[in-house]
Each structure stands twice: as C-alpha cells, then as structure tokens.
Write a protein that binds this ligand. Structure first.
Ligand code: HEM
Length: 468
C-alpha cells in the first residue's frame, strides 16, 4: 500500500516536473514554478491577485518579447512586445479567436452560453448579432434610463449632505450601476439606495465574480475542465440561475405581449427585432436585420445568458471605474478643480437638448476617464487560446530561441502591466490626464493602451462609451 502511494506520488511529481519544463526546454524565460502550483502559489493562498503574478514576470523580463507563466500546470504565454500583442489580438486573430476559459453549456447552462464563453463560429455569430444592441444610437436612446438612476443618487446625496452623514461611496456606485444595468438590460426600474434588497441587486451581487472562490472556479475550468465538469461546479449556482432566467423571461414575455409600455432597453431591442419593426431613431435597416437574426437564431435561454452576462461584465467594471475615478479626483485636487470648471460650462439639464451629445464634447472629462482607466484598467489581463499552430518569433531580438506552439496555448495579455510600463508611460504611477490630450494622443505607442482589450474580441460594451 505504502509502496503504491510512493510510486503514485513520484509519478505525479515527475509529471508535474515535465509539464513545468515546457518553457525552459524551449528557451522561453519564466519565473521558477512550484510543483503543481506553477506560478500561482501566492494567488492560490489569496496573497496576491493574478494581475500581480503577471506583473512579477513582466517586470523581471524587460528585455524579452514574451515570457511564460504556469497556471498550475498549464503553460501560459505573456507577450510584452506591443507588436506581438497586435499580431495576437488583430492580425492573426483567426488563430486566437477563443478565450482561455471555456465552460460548456451542459456544465453551466447559464454561464456556458454567454458571449465570453462561446468559441469559434458560435462566438462569431452571437457577437455579430449582439453588436447592434451596443451601437451609439442605441446607447443614446438609453440615456434617459441612466438619467433616472442618476437622479435617485442625487436625491440620496442631497439627503445625506444636509444631514452631514458619512457617505459610503462604494454603496453609491454599486447601487447606481446596478440600477442602470437592471434598467438597460432587464427592463427593471429599481432604486437600490432606497431598496437594497431588490431582486436584481441581490442576485447580481452573488453572481458577480469578486471573491477568491469565483476566481478559483475560473482557474479550475481553465486547468482541470474534466474534473470540474465531473464535480458539476457552476459559476452561477442553479437556484440563482433559475431566478435570473425567470426574471428575464417574464420581462421578455410581458414586452412581447404588449403588457407593459415599451422602454428603450435591451429587451426592447430583441422584441422590436423579432417583430421586424424598424426604429425611428435613425438606426439602419442593417442593424435591425442583424438583431432580428439574433431573436430568430437564438433561444430565450441564449438571450437570458447574454442579459446576465451584461450584468456580470458591466457591473463590477463600471462600478469600480466610478470608484477609482472619484478616488483619483480626491487625491489630485488640481485635476478635480480643472474638471469641475469644465463641468460648470454645461448648461442646466433642461437646457440641454441632447445629454449624450453634450457629454461627448467634454474633452477634459474624457482625458480624465482615459487616464483613470490607464492607471486602474479593471480588467487587468485579457485571455486568448490559440486554435492553430503559431510561431511567436524570437524570444528577444536577435535570439535563436523561438516558440512554435501547437494549437491550445494559453495567452494572457498583460493590460495592467503595460499600462504601468515606464518605457511607454513616463512616471507611470502619476495621474496625468494630459497624456490623452488631442496634441499628445498621437504619441501613445499602439497597443500599450487597451482598457477594453483589442481586436474583434474587444469589450462589446466599449461601443457605448466615448473613450479612446
Ligand atoms: C469601464 C467598463 C468596462 C471595462 C474596462 C471593460 C473591459 C473589458 C475587457 C478588457 C474585456 C476583454 C477584451 C478582450 O479580450 O480583448 C471585456 C470583454 C467584454 N465586456 Fe467589457 N468592460 C467594461 C464594461 C462592459 C459593459 C458595460 C458591458 C456590457 C453591458 C461589457 C461586456 C463585455 C463582454 C460581453 C465582453 C466579452 C466580449 C467577447 O468575448 O466577445 N463590458 N471587457
């Protein structure tokens, strides 16, 4: 018995050693891995997040075009050279169409169907069909819904300020963003500051990936898919998934049967499209035809999955963007004052015919948002997985070593690290909105600024923003 155990442990040890020699045996630099844990020991123990793990390698191999890290036993390549980043994200996108993590719909019916998880042609088809829902015209029509939620925040602040009470900014940003997404994606009007127990907020907080357990589930699916499948681990627990589905489907039904007044939200996009109704807001027939195809081609379950994804992908990122924005303004009073001056030039709300248009003209605000997203990119790394053999070129200029990897190699694009690289951003830790001024924008090295990722798989929500 003991002998068997010793043999088993020895075999596992040699297996781990073999897997963890992938990069060194090919001349690719990597930080020393720990058996079985690779380069994620501190991440697994909750001592650092994986963006810090990437930064450790990024800063250690300054002369390399790329380096390797091990997610447990899975070799993961990290490009440092902006040109190589361009090749992976844009030029050779067809070789990197998929993301690293893939969860099948039969493992997790709600999460496995969403755009982030879809691969190959299924992703292409869903992406093409959903894109019109994020057009400028569509987002402009959603501004009144956002304004409604913003008014609730204003009322709350006025009450608190008069009473000189301590204000928790995090509660405000989370509630506001929840209300905006609930309204724009699910068609629900909620005031989470007054009623924090509302169902979308309650369910959303549980589904949003923010604790170590959720992150570990992702790593689990990326590294040990068969075991995770066998154990039936779900990103969104079954009960919550069912509640989300019921909420969305009942809203969809009510709208389809004209039981409630139409609102300019995601649900209405689908309902109008299914009815073949052309919008009077200037959207092209092409857009509506695409959306019509969405409604026809995909089941209600597919659509529920996208609505839930918009919540998950949009909630944490947008709430944290506002949070970091307020933080940077608080510690940089001169910037705050300059921004305030620009905001003061805006006419009062009822004098502005088109709030969306008016915001587009606020140049300094845009510069500040861009700079906050550089400092705090929220999604610190984007992932890809190759679907064809790929030659990554020399490990550093003039090197004879080069990695030619078969399909299936994982890639992490180091968004945070490159945003803080002093080679591209002098005094990288300082908040300097002028880096994004009209005059200086052209100096930015391509592919060193990508808070929304890049290439055909970039953030779908970016289309709605007025950011670089
Ligand atoms: C400040 C806010 C946001 C930031 C910084 C952000 C950032 C990102 C990044 C870096 C990616 C990966 C892109 C890549 O791999 O190249 C991504 C993907 C995605 N984001 Fe966002 N995001 C934000 C808001 C939103 C919102 C509001 C939504 C939807 C309502 C959204 C929906 C998505 C989706 C669906 C994807 C996956 C796209 C695909 O795989 O085709 N995001 N986001």
């Amino acid at each position: 018995m003991w002998l068997l155990l010793v043999i088993l442990v020895t075999c596992l040890f040699y297996y781990s050693r073999h897997r963890l020699s992938y990069f060194s045996s090919r001349g690719v630099r990597t930080l020393p891995p720990v058996p079985f844990l690779g380069n994620l020991t501190a991440v697994t123990l909750g001592r650092e997040n994986f963006v810090e793990a990437i930064a450790a390698g990024y800063n250690a191999f300054k002369d390399q075009r790329y380096f390797g890290l091990y997610q447990y036993l899975v070799p993961t390549l990290i490009p440092r050279d902006p040109e190589l980043i361009r090749q992976i994200m844009v030029r050779d996108f067809n070789s990197f169409i998929d993301r690293g993590v893939h969860i099948d719909a039969d493992c997790d019916p709600l999460f496995g169907r969403n755009l982030i998880m879809l691969t190959g042609s299924k992703w292409r088809s869903m992406r093409a069909s959903l894109s019109p829902a994020f057009s400028g015209a569509r987002c402009r029509s959603m501004v009144p819904l956002m304004t409604e939620s913003a008014c609730a925040v204003l009322n709350y602040l006025q009450e608190k300020i008069t009473g000189e009470q301590v204000i928790d900014v995090n509660t405000i940003t989370m509630s506001y963003v929840n209300d905006v997404i609930a309204s724009c994606a699910f068609g629900f009007a909620s005031d989470s500051l007054k009623d924090p127990g509302n169902c979308i907020f309650r369910l959303g907080k549980k589904a949003v990936i923010q604790d170590t357990t959720q992150v570990m589930k992702f790593f689990g699916y990326e590294n040990m898919k068969t075991i995770m499948k066998f154990l039936g681990v779900k990103l969104i627990p079954t009960q919550d998934a069912e509640q989300f589905s019921q909420l969305f489907k009942s809203a969809l039904k009510a709208r389809r049967e004209n039981l409630v007044k139409p609102r300019p939200d995601f649900i209405q996009v689908l309902v109008d499209a299914a009815n073949g109704k052309l919008k009077a807001d200037g959207e092209s027939d092409g857009n509506n035809n695409e959306s019509a195809k969405t409604a026809e081609k995909f089941s209600d379950d597919d659509l529920v999955a996208q609505a839930v994804l918009f919540y998950i992908a949009g909630y944490d990122t947008t709430a944290n963007l506002i949070y970091y924005f307020l933080y940077e303004m608080a510690i940089n009073p001169a910037i705050q004052e300059k921004l305030h001056e620009e905001l003061d030039t805006l006419p009062s709300e009822d004098e502005i015919p088109d709030m969306y248009e008016a915001i587009q003209d606020l140049e300094y605000l845009e510069m500040c948002v861009n700079e906050v997203l550089r400092l705090w990119p929220l999604v610190g790394s984007a992932d890809r997985r190759s679907v064809a053999t790929y030659d990554f070129g020399p490990t550093h200029p003039g090197s004879k070593d080069r990695l030619v990897a078969p399909a299936g190699i994982h890639v992490w694009l180091p968004i945070y690290s490159i945003h803080r690289d002093e080679k591209f951003w002098p005094t990288p830790d300082a908040c300097i909105p002028e880096r994004f001024s009209k005059e200086r924008k052209a100096e930015i090295v391509p592919y060193t600024y990508m808070p929304f990722g890049n290439g055909p798989r970039h953030c779908i929500g970016k289309e709605c923003s007025f950011i670089l």
